[in-house]
Design a protein around this ligand. Structure first.
Ligand code: HEC
Length: 212
């Protein structure tokens, strides 16, 4: 009987110690007794990798496998359009006029989605009608918000609009992180529907080509 009690107490203290070593840093496991159970053999998102075999340090591999979980440079997510490569400078801005909107005309389902995206991301400044009168404009919080229904923007090509949405322009931030390329081209198509019908976008396109 006495022997049993001693064994039980011993077992509990060992278990307690094991639990406590795991508590020091919640993000890192403490002592690992069975690596096969701690680390998944498959590489899983956010799951820690076995530091015996893997390292995220490119400069200090020490024979371990270097793996930083980042997509290989140049990878394109499934369903995403090709990257936008024009540089963020005045030359890139000028050249953007030549870039064509790669999407076919929006079908109803897509235009509902484009309108939704515009109202979430752009209307706060540009207004639901794109007249530059959103809440941040009327409250005076952000100045010089473009009225996208003006002739200047009616004749602006889709490519230039995309360039400005991609990199941002003055008081307008970049939307490259918030909206996929596909969504950005869709929003531009939606902006066109808000502009006056005399929209001369195709004409401006050919004018830009003629200049070249
Ligand atoms: C924080 C307020 C703000 C938000 C949000 C915003 N814009 Fe703008 N936008 C501006 C301002 C300010 C300008 C004028 C920039 C300039 O020419 O100085 C502008 C200009 C533009 C232009 C003209 C760019 C050019 O090359 O002259 C387009 C097109 C445009 N915005 C589209 C959008 C779209 C589409 C969205 C949503 C994805 C959006 N904006 C969201 C503030 C905003």
């Amino acid at each position: 009987m006495k022997k049993n009690t001693i064994i039980t107490v011993l077992l509990f203290s060992v278990a307690g110690l094991a639990v406590m070593t795991g508590c020091e840093n919640k993000r890192k496991p403490g002592k690992i007794y069975m690596p096969d159970m701690t680390y998944s053999r498959a590489i899983e998102t956010y799951a820690p990798l076995d530091s015996v075999f893997f390292t995220t340090d490119e400069k200090n591999p020490k024979g371990e496998i270097y793996y930083n979980r980042k997509p290989v440079e140049g990878s394109i997510a499934r369903g995403e359009l090709f990257p936008y490569t024009l540089p963020n400078d005045s030359l890139g801005y000028a050249m953007s006029a030549q870039v064509k909107n790669p999407l076919p005309p929006l079908v109803t389902k897509d235009s509902v989605e484009a309108a939704r995206l515009f109202n979430i991301n752009c209307a706060i400044c540009h207004g639901a009608g794109a007249q530059g009168n959103g809440p941040l404009s009327t409250s005076g919080k952000i100045g010089a918000i473009a009225n996208l229904t003006l002739p200047l923007y009616v004749s602006m090509t889709d490519g230039t609009m995309f360039h400005s949405i991609h990199y941002g322009k003055n008081n307008m931030g970049s939307y490259a992180g918030q909206l996929s390329r596909l969504q950005r081209w869709q929003i531009i198509q939606y902006v066109r529907t808000l502009q006056p019908k005399a929209a001369a976008a195709p004409k401006a396109d050919s004018a830009a080509v003629a200049k070249k």
